[in-house]
Design a protein around this ligand. Structure first.
Ligand code: FES
Ligand code: FES
Length: 208
């Protein structure tokens, strides 16, 4: 008899727990349905912030920047909106135009398509870190050849050119075409870009 009572009590206790659980879900759904779209959006972001944000250390141009962001945030967002370096540009957002190119451990990468979690503590160089006074050979050649038109794509072009010259000091025309492929310039400055790279190749680029 005692065991039967104990069993029933335990059984009722679990039933109560399940009942309370469903009541809470029901109340929350009722409250959630009363929220406006904007409030729902805020609620979602608060939840996301609570469960998915993390402090990630970005090493940019030799400095450490701990940022409290969603680990899946594209590196470009973090560079521009959290670190405040605006030289790297947003073009397509899908790794197709090259405007957002930065160096990752010396390699050119498209920052719009790299999550911050993948680049934590790795050496990132942006256009601001190429030189302090526009003295990098690529920057000098760019000025001498008056390459930019609207300028929007140019930091990506310069970063790609600098990466090429740091690996290959005397690139052929074919090497330049291969390295710069996929870096789109809607103003059509391609001939000046090529001339500037050839000019810069006559000077030894400084190492990052
Ligand atoms: S914005 Fe990254 S490749 Fe276009
Ligand atoms: S200079 Fe205008 S997009 Fe390249």
């Amino acid at each position: 008899m005692k065991t039967l009572w104990a069993y029933l009590l335990k059984y009722e206790f679990y039933n109560c727990l399940i009942f309370v659980f469903f009541c809470l879900i029901f109340i929350n759904l009722k409250l959630y349905n009363k929220l406006s779209c904007i409030d729902k959006c805020h609620a979602f972001h608060l939840l996301k912030k609570q469960y998915y944000m993390a402090i990630i250390n970005l090493k940019i141009n030799g400095k450490d920047y701990p940022v409290d962001v969603d680990p899946q945030m594209p590196l470009l967002w973090a560079i521009r909106d959290f670190v405040g370096l605006k030289g790297t540009k947003y073009g397509c957002g899908i790794a197709q135009c090259g405007a957002c190119t930065v160096h990752l451990n010396g390699q050119p990468v498209r920052s719009c398509s790299l999550p911050v979690v993948a680049v934590a503590n790795k050496n990132i160089t942006t256009i601001e870190g190429l030189s302090e006074d526009n003295s990098h050979p690529v920057q000098k050649a760019w000025i001498e050849e008056q390459v930019p038109q609207c300028g929007y794509c140019q930091s990506g072009q310069i970063m790609a050119a600098a990466a090429l010259l740091s690996k290959n000091a005397s690139p052929t025309e074919a090497d330049i075409d291969a390295a710069m492929q996929g870096h789109i310039c809607r103003c059509g400055t391609y001939p000046r870009i090529k001339r500037a790279i050839q000019k810069a190749s006559e000077t030894k680029p400084s190492k990052e």
